[in-house]
Ligand binder design. Structure first.
Ligand code: GDP
Ligand code: IMO
Ligand code: MG
Length: 420
């Protein structure tokens, strides 16, 4: 049985919590996109972690955690995370790092700052876009290159020769030396070099032997480089459509594609957000929901649930089921708004536009439904949920035509109701 856990909004939907919960009996858990721009909160035996690169499988002794092709890896961050988890667990997480994943080099972060793209696009400033750009331009350093230092050195020398021509006045670039960069990376990655291998073969073998394989998505559908609100997106494929290519398996047989979404919406960084709220309402959602970035600490913008965007995201991922998170955050609202369609140039539409400029002009048309007063974070049996919560869940299911299979009412794994 294989399961993919995919974010359906602009990230931070609670993928970390849901993957950690469902991965308990998994043989393999795979991250297939992005890098340390991700920040996934996991509460493991009462201790809270923000993971950036290592999949949630790392919390279980018999589970292999794969950082597959499609990812970009910063070894300094990976090493720190590996040390932190090893200390908590009392064992080293079992990792496989794909030889054809790409390495985030220190100059990728420098480039993001020099170009000003971090500020303009509100990125996480982890060097994500420059690393994916180098990959596409065939100027990247791959993880497997670290096992063949002569090849890595030649690649680095070529990359630096271009960079130095592009940035004649930047001391941070002119001072770089391929030899020292390589030496530094090799020292940082040293304890992890034995984890490097062919991830495609391992994932393929596990899937054809009917092992339990889980895929932990990073970012969210609306941040997908092709299908998100471009250019206010990340630089990788965040959806199920991109998964097969990233892991190198054609038409992967993933039986369960679970889309995770919050009961409202958030976004961090720049870009259009039709259902955004402001003032006291925003403050209340942000404070109650703890809406601050795991990676950067930035406050997240908050807004009402957007069913136009949700339907679009469900379709792109071919979701077979859904997980709704943070329903507890809406307790105490007299009424809750849900965006059913957009008004664009005087016309109603239920199509999510492919252009950020058009999305910017979309005005939300809301349905207003009854809220609920009671705190619900201690409820563990669905039948005890207030009727207006159940009505909210039914309204969403009817609007998107996919069942909600997981209901989350708090950050811990215990605060979850799994239906059937
Ligand atoms: P991810 O990037 O999708 O893994 O999500 P993040 O970890 O960045 O953000 C989700 C935040 O919501 C984290 O602080 C989680 O601990 C928290 N969280 C997840 N599910 C729930 C829930 O049902 N209720 C509440 N109150 N918090 C939740
Ligand atoms: P998880 O996996 C929320 C956003 C950034 C910025 C845009 C581009 O925790 O859901 P990048 O550094 O990727 O070039 O930034 O994407 N972003 C995220 N927002 N959650 C994430 O990951 C994100 N990863 C990137 O804020 O707007
Ligand atoms: Mg996150």
């Amino acid at each position: 049985m294989s399961t993919a856990i995919l974010g359906l909004q602009w990230g931070d939907e609670g993928k970390g919590k849901i993957t950690h919960l469902l991965a308990k009996n998994a043989d393999v858990v795979v991250r297939f996109n992005g890098g340390p721009n991700a920040g996934h909160t996991v509460i493991d035996r009462g201790v809270k972690f923000g993971t950036h690169l290592i999949p949630a499988g790392a919390f279980y002794p018999n589970t292999l955690s794969v950082l597959s092709s499609g990812m970009v890896i910063d070894f300094a961050i990976l090493r720190e995370e590996w040390n932190m988890l090893s200390e908590h667990l009392g064992w080293h997480p079992r990792l496989l790092i794909a030889e054809n994943a790409h390495v985030i080099m220190p100059y990728h972060r420098v480039l993001e700052e020099l170009e000003g793209s971090g500020k303009h696009f509100g990125t996480t400033r982890r060097g994500i876009a420059p690393t994916y750009r180098d990959k596409s331009a065939k100027l990247g350093i791959r993880v497997g290159d670290l096992l063949r230092p002569d090849i890595a050195l030649a690649r680095l020398e070529l990359r630096l020769s271009f960079l130095k021509r592009e940035w004649p006045d930047a001391a941070e670039i002119q001072g770089l030396s391929a030899g020292s960069l390589l030496e530094e990376q090799l020292a940082i990655a040293a304890p992890l070099l034995s984890c490097i291998g062919n991830a495609t073969e391992t994932i393929s073998h596990a899937m054809s032997n009917h092992q339990t394989v889980m895929f932990e998505g990073a970012q969210g559908t609306l941040l997908d480089v092709d299908h998100g609100s471009y250019p206010f997106v990340t630089s990788s494929s965040t959806t199920f459509a991109g998964l097969g290519n990233s892991i190198g398996i054609p038409n992967p047989q993933v039986d369960r594609r679970l889309g995770v979404f919050k009961a409202y919406m958030t976004r961090v960084g720049a870009g259009p957000f039709p259902t955004i709220v402001s003032g006291a309402l925003e403050e209340r959602l942000r404070t109650t929901g703890g809406e601050f970035g795991v990676t950067t600490g930035r406050p997240r913008e908050c807004g009402w649930l957007d069913l136009v965007a949700l339907r679009y995201a469900i379709q792109l991922n071919g979701c077979t089921g859904l997980a709704i998170t943070k329903l507890d955050v809406l307790s105490g609202f007299d009424e809750v708004k849900v965006c059913r369609s957009y008004r664009l140039g005087g016309q109603l539409t239920d199509k999510f536009p492919l252009s950020a400029e058009v999305l910017e002009r979309c005005e939300p048309e809301y349905d207003v439904v009854a809220g609920w007063d009671e705190p619900i974070s201690q409820i563990r049996d669905e039948s005890e949920l207030p009727e207006s919560v159940l009505a909210y869940i039914r309204l969403i299911e009817r609007a998107v035509n996919v069942p909600i299979e997981v209901i989350s009412v708090g950050p811990g794994p215990e605060a979850t109701m799994v239906r059937n």
